[in-house]
Design a protein around this ligand. Structure first.
Ligand code: MN
Length: 246
């Protein structure tokens, strides 16, 4: 079985979240695969900051998965885009590119975090371009942890205060960006998170058959996850399940 989650936003300030995450992981079986599609952490200051951020228990939980024969793949989100090779090696997880094709039988499924699809959110796209730059990242990671923390806090404060002002539609994906990336990869199924709007969307791409976009939810109140095998996809959010035959 393949499992997908995103947007847990784990933080030591919310221990219930960690308990929820650990309980969820217990459901997985040896031989299963877990895909984390970004924003596992509320924020990340670099792989050398795991202890500073009090996220050792999460690192431990991921390491235990590897020990149990559950392969874990991780895609960076807009909160934990600084997750790097050191952290991945320590936990035995595989880092994925921002647009990853998961091959399921003869069907390719496109996995993304989803923030790059919110093209109406111009200020986020400008920010994203800046912080995804290698030179910017090297400079940031070379600074002392306390300075990195101050910089990240300033950004989070700005983005939180901006969120209340931004129209809700701006925070969602744009259909043109979805159409474009699905056509580019030639897929009929896209799975992403980020928007915290769990749903199964059906639509048609110009000139082709009906396709699906499945959105994972956040973990603020309850686990939100997808279970997938060669026959069907099941999205579970707040205890409600949506099934899609694929
Ligand atoms: Mn996100």
């Amino acid at each position: 079985m393949i499992h997908l989650i995103s947007d847990l936003h784990l933080t030591p300030a919310d221990n219930a979240l960690l308990v929820r995450f650990r309980a969820y992981l217990k459901r997985l079986n040896p031989g299963d695969s877990l895909f984390i599609l970004g924003d596992l952490f509320e924020y990340w200051l670099g792989d050398d900051a795991c202890e500073y951020l009090e996220q050792n228990q999460v690192e431990q939980a991921l390491t235990e998965l590897a020990d149990q024969g559950i392969s874990t793949s991780f895609m960076r989100g807009n909160r934990d885009f600084l997750i790097g090779k050191d952290f991945a090696e320590r936990c035995g997880i595989t880092l994925l590119d921002d647009e990853h094709l998961l091959q399921l039988g003869d069907q390719p499924i496109l996995l993304m975090h989803g923030d790059s699809l919110c093209t109406d959110d111009r200020s986020h796209q400008v920010f994203r371009k800046m912080v995804r730059d290698r030179v910017w990242q090297e400079d940031f990671l070379s600074r002392p942890l306390s300075i990195r923390d101050e910089m990240a806090k300033a950004v989070r404060y700005r983005s939180e205060s901006g969120k209340t002002l931004k129209a809700s539609a701006i925070m969602d994906v744009t259909q043109t960006a979805v159409d474009e990336v699905m056509r580019l990869h030639g897929v009929e199924l896209l799975i992403h998170g980020h928007t915290h709007r769990p749903a199964v969307h059906q639509f048609s791409l110009p000139g082709s058959a009906s396709v699906h976009r499945v959105v994972l939810g956040d973990w603020g109140q309850a686990p939100s996850f997808i279970q997938l095998d060669q026959h069907a996809l099941e999205l579970v959010h707040a205890g409600i399940s949506d099934r899609l035959v694929i």
